[in-house]
Design a binder for this molecule. Structure first.
Ligand code: CP
Ligand code: NVA
Length: 398
């Protein structure tokens, strides 16, 4: 088959509707073949895949490794302590080395794009970003401290005066320019530069840019495209088609939501995200999905109204990987957003329940909802392998 679209699978909307539906269709075909017990289809024979994990995983690791093996290939698992991309070695070097050994790379990392991590300890929040080099002036800096009540954006020209607080700060920007930030506090000037207390974190866009072989996004803090491809396959299997379906996500406006939004900018359906104020998905991504003009997209803080008439009610953890220390804070903020039997009752009899898993039963969803007959979380998990097999076949032009 002739391959179309970009070399990597990083965001669903990098591909057109035809290609996305073709991949999903291929997933069904290869799934049927594997389910029949046929093991003669070995398109990945003689091929190897390196799988980079900076975070834990069950589904992603096992489904990729198993799927690649079942179709004839060999997959290598690299855990968080192995190559330490962006820490032990720069991402661009990892990319160029691994693509000389492997035919394809899969990565689960924290950062989606270049991100500098600067550890400042015991600096009062009020004095954090007082000045930046002219080089940096046009770039937006996202700052974040450990207290989740205080997050936001500040351009370098700003002199934000924040409430008192101390902690670590993450500076997000996509510039290749050297980072020289003057972090001033009363009686103390802190200058962070690359190679100093400031280092470049692992990020998937860099990995893909420097890799000569296809790179697949196995989840970043920004999105999780393989999951939503598997979810689309699952919806098609249960409802007949995704087009026109009403999918209502209830919970945190996180990486899962971003992938739903990016799918909605390619394939038409009705997507609703019900999340507490302050936990909305990334504004630019919502805007991108809306301006694509393909799907009806709603962001609301009213889960009860949102779920009415849903074909799918979807949930995910309230505290994602990397946010676990915020779990109890988030539990308070997400009161009223748990998917329970009463909410599924409002959704109506045709509503399926979906969850990317892992789940914290009794937090974002009740045990009863997960175990109910209309819960399709396990077929959904199973489809990770089939969706990914089809993604890999597409990227390898097979
Ligand atoms: N849904 C999902 O990606 O699961 P893992 O974190 O176990 O890979
Ligand atoms: N939002 C979750 C998804 C896990 C598959 C996380 O990032 O941890």
């Amino acid at each position: 088959e002739m391959k179309s679209g970009p070399k990597d699978f990083l965001h669903i909307n990098d591909f057109d509707k035809e290609t996305i539906l073709k991949i999903i269709n291929r997933a069904s075909e290869v799934k049927a073949l594997l389910k029949s017990g046929d093991r003669s289809f070995l398109p990945f024979k003689g091929k190897t895949m390196a799988m980079i994990f900076a975070k834990p995983s069950m589904r992603t690791r096992v489904s990729f490794e198993t799927g690649f093996f079942l179709l004839g290939g060999h997959a290598i698992y690299l855990g968080p302590d192995d190559i330490q991309m962006g820490k032990r070695e720069e991402t661009r070097d990892v990319a160029r080395v691994l693509s000389r050994y492997n035919d394809i790379l899969m990565a689960r990392v924290f950062s989606h794009q270049v991100r500098w991590f600067v550890a400042f300890f015991d600096i009062p929040m009020a004095h954090v970003i007082s000045h930046a080099q002219p080089l940096m002036r046009s770039h937006e800096i996202t700052w974040m401290d450990q207290n989740p009540t205080q997050t936001g954006n500040a351009s370098c020209d700003d002199h934000p005066s924040f409430a008192e607080g101390r902690g670590n700060f993450e500076l997000d920007f996509s510039s290749e320019a050297p980072l020289i930030l003057h972090i001033a506090e009363v009686g103390h000037m802190y200058v962070a530069a690359k190679g100093d207390a400031c280092y470049r974190r692992e990020d998937i866009l860099d990995l893909a840019a420097y890799s000569s072989v296809p790179v697949i996004n196995g989840l970043t803090d920004y999105n999780h495209p393989c999951q939503i491809m598997a979810d689309a396959l699952t919806i098609i299997e249960h409802i007949g088609q995704l087009e026109g379906a009403k999918v209502v996500y209830v919970g945190d406006g996180n990486n899962i939501v971003h992938s739903w939004l990016l799918l909605a900018s390619v394939v038409p359906f009705h997507f609703v995200c019900a999340c507490p104020k302050g936990f909305e998905p990334d504004e630019k991504t919502v805007e991108k999905a809306r301006s694509a003009g393909v799907s009806k997209i709603e962001i609301t803080d009213g889960p009860k109204e949102a779920v009415k008439g849903a074909d799918v009610v979807y949930s995910d953890v309230w505290a994602s990987m990397g946010q676990k220390e915020e779990a109890s804070y988030r539990k308070q903020k997400f009161q009223g957003f748990q998917i329970d039997e009463a909410l599924m009752e409002i959704a109506g009899p045709k509503a399926y329940f979906m969850h990317c898993l892992p789940t914290e039963r009794g937090v974002e969803v009740t045990n009863g909802v997960i175990e109910a007959p209309n819960s399709i979380v396990f077929p959904q998990a199973e489809n990770r392998m089939h969706a990914q097999n089809a993604i890999m076949l597409h990227l390898l032009g097979l």
